[in-house]
Design a protein. Structure first.
Length: 188
């Protein structure tokens, strides 16, 4: 019974993820834009990930100016950040840190999640945000998800009028950026 419940939950999550992506494809991903405290949002993501991080010997650090505000759909941005933190925790080595940061760059809010893991395989980077793509196709789905997380991050960024960037850091590890307008033109 427990196994069937877990499988049903997994299939429900995949269905919800695919529905989100389909809405994004049709420019129908609805956003509830409001002024949001970005540092507080990132702190909630780090707190939610704490038990998973501790289980693998990793810490999550938030680097954002307290009171950093932006007009965004906080729930969707949180979903994107949670996906990025989840990915980072899969690859961060024991004793390392996942850093969740936010800053304003020109008119954009830039949120970045970095880890100290092996980074992305170079051949994966051009395809990082494609659906059902995973950096290591040989991994079991139980260890690597369905390959929808980064596609969802990109759909959320696009719905906000933004973009995403995946890269390998010079000092090692991966970094994924979510860049969105800090104040959408329709709300200024």
């Amino acid at each position: 019974m427990a196994s069937a419940t877990a499988e049903t939950d997994r299939l429900t999550r995949i269905t919800d993820d695919l529905l989100l992506l389909a809405k994004g494809d049709e420019d129908k991903l609805s956003l509830k834009l409001k002024r949001a405290d970005i540092a507080a949002l990132l702190t909630k993501s780090a707190e939610q990930a704490r038990s998973r991080a501790e289980a693998v010997g990793v810490t999550c650090q938030v680097s954002a100016v307290p009171g950093l505000m932006a007009v965004v759909d906080a729930g969707r941005i949180r979903q994107a950040v949670d996906n990025l933190v989840d990915n980072a925790l899969r690859f961060a080595p024991q004793g390392s840190q996942v850093v969740i940061s936010a800053e304003v760059v020109g008119p954009s809010l830039v949120i970045e999640v970095c880890d100290a893991g092996p980074g992305f395989p170079p051949e994966f980077l051009p395809h990082a945000f494609e659906r059902f793509r995973r950096p290591d196709q040989g991994r079991a789905r139980s260890a690597g998800g369905a390959g929808l997380g980064l596609a969802i991050v990109q759909a959320i960024a696009f719905a906000h009028g933004g973009q995403t960037v995946a890269r390998n850091r010079a000092e090692g590890g991966a970094a994924v950026r979510l860049e969105v307008p800090r104040r959408p033109q329709s709300l200024t």
